[in-house]
Design a protein around this ligand. Structure first.
Ligand code: APR
Length: 311
């Protein structure tokens, strides 16, 4: 059986997500974009690489949401990216309108799908999607933690001159400047990085991880897409293969970590049903305080979303 994944937003992140899924031959892919011709053009371009790369998955570009019917997973990357000087939070009003438009259609045409949100500000947009879609929380998941953790792992690997593949970084909380790189749980093949790096080196890595997205926006004038697209497709792959990967993702909390009614990055197990479990790690006081202050910040953004939802 072939899987079907639809990606709403055929821009930079959406295209990179599609490319990963196709190159690994994981699913047929539908790309949807509001801009006439963009999704169709990208689909043709991606498809024309199939003979060279060696994949058989079908790719279709469209502006018509009927094409997303029967998708196992829908990825939402539609929305504006940051420009230099902007925070992710600055995008809330403009991207809320886009998320609303997209989710209302996903709800009609792919009501059984698992939805992965990538649009920023990530946690608030995942909350908006959860409210608009009305799906159970296990099927509305935000992608940020995989990306932030991969950035942390990459910087650790660079500093130690080891393969990034050997590093298991873990970042929880929000996808913003107050994200929480959990150094105690970051290891190189099981060895805590606190045994391998000085505090000064760790502080430098933490700082660079937190501003990892901003560093790229400053360099390119728009936001990153290779790592965000790969991180998103990695989550899709875990769902399609039912691989029960434990990874950080943004989820709607009911009581976990003492939090409720907030969408925040926590470790989860991903499988064919979406979020199959939220894993409760033991946190020290400092980590708990950091998570609580992330939650407060996200709740402020969620109250903006709540206001926009009734207007
Ligand atoms: N419906 C469908 N597509 C839309 C809509 C809509 N209502 N509104 C915008 N789009 C499309 C745009 O036409 C564009 O092709 O979304 C795409 C976004 O692509 P980019 O501008 O290249 O942005 P990208 O870098 O992919 O980032 C997308 O992900 O990481 C986040 O912060 C980032 O919020 C941003 C999102």
């Amino acid at each position: 059986m072939r899987f079907k994944v639809s990606i709403i937003g055929a821009g930079n992140v959406g295209s990179e997500t599609a490319r990963y899924l196709l190159h690994k031959d994981l699913a047929d892919v539908v790309l949807i974009d509001i801009v006439e011709g963009l999704a169709k053009g990208k689909a043709l371009d991606l498809g024309q690489a199939s003979q060279i790369i060696g994949f058989s998955g079908k790719i279709k570009g469209s502006t018509n949401y009927e094409d997303i019917a029967d998708s196992e997973v829908v990825v939402i990357t539609a929305g504006l990216p940051r420009k230099p000087g902007m925070s992710r939070d600055d995008l809330i009003e403009v991207n809320f309108k886009i998320i609303k438009d997209v989710c209302e259609k996903v709800k009609i045409y792919a009501k059984n799908s698992i939805v992965i949100v990538v649009t920023n500000p990530l946690d608030a947009m995942t909350y908006a999607a959860y409210k608009i879609l009305g799906f159970e929380r296990e099927r509305v998941i935000g992608q940020a933690g995989v990306l932030d953790s991969a950035r942390l792992s990459y910087f650790v690997a660079q500093k130690l001159n080891v393969s990034p593949y050997e590093v298991q970084g873990l970042v929880l909380g929000t996808h913003g400047d107050d994200m929480i790189p959990l150094i105690r749980y970051t290891t190189v093949n099981g060895i805590p990085i606190t045994k391998l790096l000085s505090q000064e080196e760790i502080d430098e890595i933490v700082k660079r991880t937190k501003y990892g997205g901003g560093e790229i926006v400053q360099l390119m004038g728009t936001s990153a897409f290779f790592a965000p697209g790969s991180a998103t497709a990695y989550m899709v792959e875990a769902i399609l293969k039912d691989s029960k990967k434990m990874l950080p993702a943004s989820v709607y909390t009911k009581s976990e970590y003492g939090l409720s009614d907030v969408v925040i990055g926590l470790p989860v197990i991903l499988g064919k049903n979406g979020v199959e479990k939220i894993v409760e790690l033991e946190l020290n006081e400092e980590e708990k305080n950091a998570l609580n202050s992330c939650a407060e910040h996200i709740k402020e953004l969620q109250s903006v979303v709540d206001r926009l939802l009734v207007n």
